[in-house]
Design a protein around this ligand. Structure first.
Ligand SMILES: Cc1ncc(COP(=O)(O)O)c(C=O)c1O
Length: 415
């Protein structure tokens, strides 16, 4: 296992066995259960190496060649590589790779384009919007006047007519497209058209699909949105963090919105790890991976539907599936608990136009492990068997352990 096989891990084991046990325990959990959380993945060992590197020690406020600290000449190279790779990968004039998280990226996008009190149109939270899309518990809902659009009650698809009507009525300063739970491709051209009609900025929060975009398995929002916000840790398979992409005309505003407006020193080990991940995502193997993620999700969605779960929108175009387990006799929260006990780790989510919670799951992590359609079909049957109470807990746990261990996320180093 990684923790026991690297020199750094040996140091941790010797110096702080209590904490080393935590790392080993988490590695064991990740390696022996099925990671079906749609927002998670397994980074490569190269990404982990960058994250655990001495770049973690460096203070680097500012941008390459314009830092507030001395000694940045080496980390400047890392940031330039990350920016160049991101620009090339997504076809963007400008990239900012410093946001500490997806939420920080959204905050910076708003800071670049909006003033407190401005009206913003975004997908409502019960329909799949993120906290940063107007939750009253978040800065977004506190500082801006959010108006929510939704998905159609029948199809589960974004109601673009409603988006246009609300845009005409409220004349927002910005429209946000993007979701934590929408399983279909977003029509960026249509959003652009609506935004142009009312003179609004278009912000694409592509935190979820950006990895699929990198692998050519989802449409790219960059040509349509004024600013694209993203995370680097979901399907994209990089370190936890955020990123912003935009045209040259907004580059300076975006950079200043990140530093000094909303953040301090960049985390250079994470920036370097993002560069590694962008390099990996540019390889042909990642294109195959991204398409396999979608193929796997389609098979898993079809399997769940065949077992009686109500799959939102009837399927998926992406890595992400949301489903109502109610026909199997359980609500989402109970289902999540039963499945966790059986070694299937996934989330609950809001179900549009319903007062019950559903399940949200994704295929990014299991696909990284090497699982394919056969395993997805097996997972669907096992999941439904657990929810129906047909497969007892111990048998289900043994099966998920066997499946996970057949596809180790971090195979032992040889020798
Ligand atoms: C659409 C969307 N925006 C923003 C975020 C926030 O990312 P983070 O958790 O890194 O702040 C997420 C995370 O799931 C997301 O799905």
């Amino acid at each position: 296992m990684t923790v026991t096989r690297t020199p750094e891990a040996d140091v941790l084991l010797r110096q702080d066995p209590e904490l080393a046990e935590v790392l080993l325990g988490e590695l064991d959990r990740q390696s022996t259960t099925l990671q079906l959380i749609a927002a998670e993945n397994f980074t490569s060992r190269a990404v982990l190496a960058a994250l655990g590197s001495p770049l973690a020690n460096k203070y680097a406020e500012g941008y390459p060649a314009a830092r507030h600290h001395g000694g940045c000449e080496i980390v400047d190279v890392a940031e330039r590589i990350a920016v160049d790779r991101a620009r090339t990968l997504f076809g963007a004039d400008h990239a900012n790779v410093q946001p500490h998280s997806g939420s920080s990226a959204v905050l910076a996008a708003y800071a670049a384009l909006l003033r407190p009190g401005d009206t913003v149109l975004a997908l409502g939270l019960p329909h799949g919007g993120h906290l940063t899309h107007g939750s009253p518990a978040n800065f977004s809902g506190r500082w801006f006047d959010f108006v929510a659009y939704g998905v159609d009650a029948e199809s589960g698809l974004i109601d673009y007519e409603q988006v246009r009507t609300l845009a005409r009525t409220h004349r927002p300063k910005a429209i946000v497209c993007g979701s934590i739970a929408y399983p279909r491709h977003i029509d960026h051209a249509l959003f652009r058209d609506i935004a142009d009609e009312v003179g609004a900025y278009l912000i694409a929060d592509a935190a979820h699909p950006i990895g699929l975009v990198a692998g050519g398995a989802a449409p790219n929002p960059v040509p349509y949105a004024d600013i694209v916000c993203a995370t680097t840790h979901k399907v994209l398979r990089g370190p936890r963090g955020g990123m912003l992409l935009c045209g040259g005309e907004l580059a300076e505003r975006v950079d200043r919105a990140v530093f000094p407006f909303t953040q301090g020193g960049a985390q250079m080990h994470t920036v370097a790890a993002k560069a590694v991940a962008f390099g990996e995502a540019a390889m042909p193997a990642f294109t195959l991976y991204a398409h396999q993620v979608v193929d796997n999700a389609r098979v898993l969605a079809a399997g769940l539907a065949a077992e009686g779960l109500v799959v939102t929108t009837g399927g998926t175009d992406t890595h992400l599936i949301t489903a109502d387990p109610a026909p199997l006799g359980v609500d989402g929260r109970t289902a999540r608990g039963l499945l966790a006990a059986a070694g299937m780790v996934l989330d609950c989510c809001a179900l549009p136009h319903a007062h019950v919670r559903g399940l949200r799951l994704g295929t990014a992590a299991v696909t990284t492990q090497g699982m394919r359609e056969t395993e997805m079909a097996r997972i669907a049957v096992l999941l439904a068997g657990v929810l129906r109470g047909e497969v007892d807990g111990a048998r289900a746990r043994a099966e998920t352990r066997e499946l996970a261990e057949a596809f180790p996320p971090y195979p032992p180093y040889p020798g």
